[in-house]
Ligand binder design. Sequence first.
Ligand code: HEM
Length: 538
Amino acid sequence: SGPDTVSPTGQPTGAPRAAVAQGGAYLTTAQGTRLPDSDHSLKAGARGPVLLQDHHLREKITHFDHERIPERVVHARGAAAHGVFQGYGTATKITKAAFLAKGVETPVFVRFSTVLGSRGSADTVRDTRGFATKFYTAEGTFDLVGNNIPVFFIQDAIKFPDIIHAAKPHPGREIPQAQSAHDTFWDFVSLHTEATHHTLWNMSDRALPRSFRMMEGFGVHTFRLVDAKGATTLAKFHWKPKLGVHSLVWEEAQITNGMDPDFHRRDLADAIEAGAFPQWELGIQTFPDTPDQTFEGIDLLDPTKIVPEELAPVQPIGLMTLNANPVDYFAETEQVAFHPGHLVPGIDVTDDPLLAGRLFSYLDTQISRLGGPNFAQIPINRPHAPVNDMLRDGMHQTAVHTGTAPYRPNSLDGGCPFLAGADTAAFIEAPVELPVAQKVREAPASFADHFSQPRLFWLSMTPVEREHIVAAYTFELSKCYEQVVKERVLTVLANIDPQLCEEVATGLGLSVPAPTEPLTRPDPSPALSQLGRTWPVD
Ligand code: HEM
């Protein structure tokens, strides 16, 4: 039984006991003592001093004083909704994950977010958007913690604090940045050129979504799917919105930020309240799990690379419908804790070094954000599968564990030994063979190409989309104070495409630099020129 199904005396009750804060007909203290009045402090006479012995006054103000918790270190501003996911059954040949079987319905909670702004910042800024989904499956919780852009800035999580520090507000001036309009961001991305691809997407219309309901979502990393017999397939996850992908233009985004900074969260809540439930299809691109983990020359462990959909079509595996708004923003949207390591049998991780850092980071940050190690007991984070763990005590422990022997096997509490032999229903890491290797601090050679996919993206854009990209680079770089940074970014652009570089340089009144890497790569074939536009919308 889970921690929420045990009574304070340790007896299983059989029914969940959520904390009830508004249960009676009259107002009480937190201890349940009935109150006559909540508007007047206890005083020595109507105009006399307030008395310290007023417990209700102290409790009310003390609780208020502690209402705020730290906002997320990134993705602080978010909006969320409840819904349901239904598997199509099309993935069951390659993964045993039960929630993907045909017709299985799984409750979900999805949180959309901007990355850089604080909790009170505006919605329609130029930024990447988070797209995090919690699937409350019968086999445990699966979190798909993705973004609306399919690649990331860096290839190794050890640089994550650096890129975020470079992009967050100026340390002295604390000038908040919508996406990037200051020197440290451009300094970082022009020195760490693996960021070129993500930055180009950020300067495109994709960074100004019209609505959360009209965004794609991407798991970014390559995952490893495992079937019932243990055979493995590599896969990338994609969410495709039924409403199609739509963006604001820059001027609309600016006006909207001024007139309605809550535009995206209002749009999501209003649509759901009106019964216009947004839907996304979940799809996967699949790749053979070969020892080198590459596909068509693309390193599948490099999170700065996509695999064009023309080379590996996205195959639909299920449908998600968001159909209910949260009732309490703090309890649900603020306290929800996603983690890329929340996996279920049939879905495993790969050795992408960015993913490895994430597997550490989310739990670690949530321990301080949510006040200790027991935040899985907060209602929005409780699994819908039975919980039977050997975790004990800790801050904010609300479960009352029974028995005396929290270890297995034991001969005192009688029972629940591990099953003899292989437990086929358990989560078992895919037994991947690893090459014999030396310890090194270096990136693989296959991570070294930083420009061919940005070029592919640029060449896939229509003329008007290119105009928007040029205008975005010109505007954002015009905010830089340091000439040397602008010039270095122009050199990066020269490595992507001469037209892009020239138009941005002209806009900035600077000269056009020569590329530092020859554009020797052949232009992509026409078959690859419609990157990400091939989803059949019905
Ligand atoms: C939060 C996505 C890389 C650390 C988030 C959230 C999303 C996300 C969607 C918001 C979760 C929510 O709504 O509660 C991604 C993606 C990444 C990425 C797609 C790369 C592919 C990283 C890396 C690190 C990191 C490399 C650290 C090494 C964090 C932290 C939070 C966060 C600390 C705040 C979590 C919390 O307080 O609950 N990320 N992230 N992320 N991410 Fe990432």
